[in-house]
Write a protein that binds this ligand. Structure first.
Ligand code: SF4
Length: 375
């Protein structure tokens, strides 16, 4: 389904319809074609397999050696149980190979439990990058420039793949990308800084930090001396490294235990009598600090307000007008094709509106188009 989708985008780009100065990315949870009641963890699968074995043995005994005539529908029931047993076996193997994933849906093994506006659903995380039409087109609207589906509820690893896809589809790099706090991560910021991409993206811990007087963000980093100044003016210097839960090294900074014990903030800033307050800094701290400074500017705040206006109408139209409240297909690869088809339909709808308004002539065909075959 990617080729027709890409063609809608390239048609718009070739005709100068897209304003690639800005783009916005977001994800939306779409319910899978699978019941939430069919989600099992490893233990429940083992118990289900045991129950099925018992039922199958009983049905086989009844079929072969029962004194009464076997029920007419018995062979069918037996076959159904055997199919279910095979599904359970496959699901057990699948789950065993999925690392940290704790449970699996028997109907659609790729669907995952996710938090959505409708509560916890069995579904997928559908991603879209959009750019607005040029003001000169004389019509409001957006075009989807990248679309994908992931089985990961969290958006934090999706920013770079979506940026790459939109760049490839449009053949251009948008000047500014807008994303919400769900995409914020040090590694994504680092990658974007390396590619010289400008991001407007708040961070989720920001609000918490503003209310905690001794949050790490309140400590000022001194780049010349590789140390931090705490809110009471004391210096925290590097004392070693530690491993974070994901195995990455982090530098540890501390003030002396005696300094912290004598501080009026002792008990609020830290309770560590032996060592005093510790701060840790990962490999992305410098880029995180730069991004935080950028996000506190009036310009970034102003641009940030455009995010919802760009992306949310697109999801609204796809879900409400195109009826994509629930996927029709199953398995990640099929669901991704269905989502890309929906994005293609959305783009065609936008292009049709422009064509119908007569604001832009669609003939002669753009270089992205192929000759129309005669019928
Ligand atoms: S407890 Fe230590 S690190 Fe925290 S504010 Fe006081 S002196 Fe600074």
């Amino acid at each position: 389904m990617r080729k027709p989708f890409e063609r809608t985008v390239r048609t718009a780009v070739t005709m100068g319809l897209l304003d690639l100065a800005v783009q916005a990315v977001d994800g939306t949870k779409i319910v899978a074609n699978a019941s939430k009641d069919r989600v099992y963890d490893a233990e429940e699968l083992r118990a289900l397999l045991g129950r099925l074995d018992k039922t199958i043995s009983e049905l086989e005994a009844q079929n072969e050696a029962g004194e009464d005539e076997p029920a007419v529908n018995l062979p069918e029931e037996l076959a159904d149980k055997k199919v279910l047993k095979e599904q359970v076996r496959q699901a057990m193997d699948d789950l065993a190979g999925r690392g940290r994933q704790k449970c699996i849906n028997l109907t659609d093994r790729d669907a995952r439990l996710m938090k959505s506006s409708q509560g916890i659903v069995t579904g997928y995380n559908a991603q879209a990058m959009v750019s607005p039409l040029q003001p000169s087109v004389g019509a409001n609207g957006m075009l989807v420039t990248a679309a994908d589906v992931v089985d990961e509820p969290n958006d934090s690893a999706q920013l770079v793949p979506m940026l790459e896809q939109s760049e490839e589809t449009t053949g251009a790099r948008a000047q500014v990308t807008l994303a919400d706090a769900g995409y914020h991560s040090g590694s994504a910021l680092d990658e974007c800084a390396r590619r010289n991409l400008q991001l407007v993206m708040p961070e989720s811990s920001r609000r918490r930090a503003q209310h905690h007087p001794y949050h790490k963000e309140r400590f000022i980093y001194d780049q010349c001396n590789d140390s931090y100044f705490c809110p009471h003016g004391q210096t925290l210097t590097p004392v070693g490294t530690m491993r974070s839960p994901n195995g990455r090294p982090r530098r540890v900074y501390r003030a002396s235990a005696a300094t912290c014990q004598a501080c009026p903030a002792f008990g609020v800033c830290t309770n560590d009598l032996l060592n005093g307050r510790a701060l840790t800094a990962g490999p992305h701290d410098a880029v995180l600090r730069r991004h935080r400074t950028w996000m506190s500017t009036r310009e970034a705040q102003k641009i940030s307000k455009r995010r919802k206006q760009l992306i949310e109408p697109v999801f609204g139209i796809i879900k409400e007008q195109q009826g994509a409240r629930r996927f029709l297909l199953r398995d990640l690869v099929n669901v991704a094709a269905e989502w890309i088809l929906l994005a293609t339909a959305f783009n065609l709808r936008t292009l049709w509106r422009i064509w119908r308004s007569g604001a832009v002539g669609f003939l002669p065909c753009s270089p992205a188009s192929q000759p129309i075959p005669s019928v």
